[in-house]
Design a protein around this ligand. Structure first.
Ligand SMILES: *Cc1c(COP(=O)(O)O)cnc(C)c1O
Length: 408
């Protein structure tokens, strides 16, 4: 057996093997999964805009007007008018001076972190930050100090002890991707000011989903203009692909001069940009989608509570069902699939060992009946498997695959 075979076998043995499933047709609230119709309960297409007729039309039209590809990095072959149009629209939406697009959220985090921190600097990072932030920290070559999840006391301790003479940067998800809880943004901004640190807030799961008219967690906390860089993706609620950073005009100019994923990667394709622009317009015209997402979240959470699965009675659209080990999460996922519901099992290294889960994600385009039925089926499947899923945000203890220093 060769080395890769060995490693793959080991992953399977641990219940961590990954296989993608085949979806026929668009990513709607129901999909044909490996040929079988199922309710999709794990997509980040929160507002159901990925296949909205106006969004599709905008993308198709953009392909005819501007072509499919941008041809090169914008620093080489130029910014296309459609890029700039979306940037201006996003800046206005976020209440920021300016905005710049990136190829994806992953690249935006790598670019923004690398621009604001390098060798000799220190990044303070929440222990449950998204993998793209973790990787951005690594690429930056700054010293990385990980603080306990949402723990501002731990963050302050870390700020007091680390950072010396270099630049300091605090980086956090606003809505945490696998737990659906919120970062204490107001306190983080306050600490940043007190300790001379900059801030990057990743709104990947917040834009289009929470805050006034879906403007995110920064807007919800009344912190527009207080965060150095707000990152958002076009790939989730905005139904497309790509990402952006919103910041002061000076910071955006700095990103254009220093963010390597922007400088050394092809600009986003016109159809994806135009699709996101149409989605943003829909969001601004019809914020009822956001209200629908929230009320759907409440419907699912209440129905889960009715099944004895304790879900907090909030409007957060990400609902983690933590079952513990990898195998249990996979079994529950398969049992649900047999019953017509698709909620992918999430396992290490995406989440900490012992906290494998189904991460349920509500969409605005689900019906309340579909969600109630899903909760009933979930309760039944969990009982059949003798599982006791919990929706409590699990304490993170032990290292994920992060090679960084925990705050001393
Ligand atoms: C999905 C996600 C990203 C990556 O965004 P893409 O556009 O999909 O690359 C970044 N940060 C967080 C918190 C995410 O959940």
């Amino acid at each position: 057996m060769n080395e890769l075979e060995h490693r793959l076998e080991e992953l399977e043995r641990l219940g961590r093997g990954r296989h993608t499933r085949m979806v026929s047709g668009p990513q709607g609230p129901r999909v044909l999964l490996d040929g079988k119709p199922v309710l999709l309960l794990c997509s980040n297409n929160y507002l159901g805009l990925a296949d909205h007729p106006r969004v599709r039309e905008a993308a198709a039209d953009a392909a005819m007007r501007w072509g499919v590809g941008a041809g090169a990095s914008r620093l080489v072959s130029g910014t296309m008018t459609i890029h700039r149009r979306l940037e201006q629209r996003l800046a206005a939406f976020e209440g920021a001076e300016d905005c710049v697009l990136f190829g994806s959220g992953y690249l935006a985090n790598a670019g923004a972190i690398g621009a604001l921190a390098g060798r000799g600097d220190t990044v303070f990072s929440d222990e449950l930050n998204h993998a793209s932030i973790v990787d951005g920290c690594r690429l930056s070559r700054a010293e990385v100090v990980v603080y306990r999840h949402r723990d501002v006391n731990d963050l302050e301790r870390a700020l007091r002890r680390h950072g010396g003479s270099g630049r300091r940067l605090i980086v956090t998800d606003s809505v945490f991707s696998m737990d659906g809880d919120l970062a204490p943004l107001a306190e983080i901004v306050e600490l940043a000011k007190a300790y001379g640190a900059r801030t990057i807030v990743d709104e990947a799961h917040a834009i289009g989903a929470i805050g006034p008219d879906g403007r995110g967690a920064i807007a919800q906390a009344g912190l527009e203009g207080e965060v150095d860089i707000a990152i958002g993706t076009l790939g989730k609620a905005l139904g497309s692909y790509g990402a952006y950073a919103c910041a002061s005009e000076e910071t955006i100019r700095y990103l254009i001069n220093t963010a390597r994923p922007l400088i050394f990667s092809t600009a986003p394709p016109p159809p994806a940009v135009a699709g996101a622009l149409a989605a943003l317009e829909l969001l601004e015209e019809k914020p009822h989608r956001v209200r629908r997402l929230r009320s759907n979240a409440r419907v699912l959470r209440r129905a889960l509570t009715g099944e004895g699965i304790v879900a907090e009675d909030t409007e957060m659209h990400i609902v983690p069902l933590i079952v513990g080990d990898e195998r249990a999460a996979l079994d529950l996922c398969e049992a649900l699939l047999e019953r017509g519901i698709f909620a992918q099992a999430i396992r290490p290294p995406t989440v900490a060992p012992g906290t494998s889960r189904l991460r349920l994600a509500v969409m605005a385009t689900h019906t309340a009946d579909e969600l109630r039925e899903a909760a009933r089926v979930l309760g039944e499947a969990a009982q059949t498997l003798d599982l006791d899923p919990s929706t409590a945000s699990a304490p993170f203890d032990g290292e994920r695959d992060i090679v960084v220093r925990r705050a001393a």
